[in-house]
Design a binder for this molecule. Structure first.
Ligand code: DX5
Ligand code: ZN
Length: 221
């Protein structure tokens, strides 16, 4: 379906030529660019900060979908907003005052998303669904690219889709992240996901356009 977006994750790109990698997926038909920010505390890995976002932003027309896997995300929201984020997603597990952080994001003129890890129930975001533009269901435990999709997350996607319809939140996007490829995309889309993050499945292939086409074709049948 054309209503399903593909958001390649630059976590799996070649960082030594990041500008070319971004241009390649933009030419290849990406809808958004997914930017994984890790702090070595919330997740056991480190990536990059606002300076890298600032370097990418002028090189692309793709909306920058910034996924903060960091503690105290509120301390960095203004920096990511000012360096070109279109959407900033924070983890429910990382925010004591989740509602406050989501509104801080929107005050910066950026769309707001909320993410949940595989062990976190959908109910953790139920009270803020009306405050966000996107819910991100992690389909792996965050920290690394190339991990296997966790099928138990499908039930959670279905629950969120049901709440979205019940509340009439037609603008709300349901994003999935981790282990998404042509084999798993139809499952998550059937359950209600409409933004597919894909790291390894796109950047792990030499032909990124073909890799994204393969994911889209998996949804056609
Ligand atoms: C995982 C990151 C993902 C990651 C997905 O911690 O949030 O965005 O890049 O990679 P794949 O698609 O390879 O599972
Ligand atoms: Zn991510």
């Amino acid at each position: 379906s054309n209503n399903v977006y593909i958001a390649p994750s630059i976590l799996s790109a070649n960082f030594a030529k990041l500008g070319d990698e971004v241009a390649d997926v933009e030419r290849g038909g990406a809808d958004w660019l997914h930017v994984d920010v890790m702090d070595g505390h919330f997740v056991p890995n480190l990536t990059f900060g606002p300076l890298v976002l600032q370097a990418i932003a002028p090189q692309t027309n793709l909306p920058l979908d910034v996924h903060l896997m960091i503690e105290k995300p509120e301390e960095y929201v203004p920096a990511f907003a000012q360096t070109g984020a279109h959407l900033i997603t924070v983890h429910a597990e990382a925010c004591v005052h989740l509602h406050r952080v989501l509104h801080l994001i929107k005050e910066q003129g950026v769309k707001a998303g909320v993410a949940i890890n595989p062990a976190t129930p959908a109910s953790a975001v139920r009270e803020v669904l009306e405050d966000v533009d996107l819910v991100l269901v992690m389909t792996v435990n965050p920290g690394f690219g190339g991990q296997a999709f966790i099928p138990a997350t499908l039930r959670k996607i279905r629950q969120l889709k049901a709440w979205k319809e019940e509340l009439g939140l037609s603008h709300l996007r349901i994003e999935v992240d981790g282990g998404i490829a042509a084999a798993t995309a139809p499952l998550v889309v059937e359950a209600g996901a409409d933004v597919l993050v894909a790291g390894n499945a796109v950047f792990g292939q030499a032909d990124r356009q073909a890799a994204m086409a393969e994911i889209r074709e998996s949804l056609a049948g």
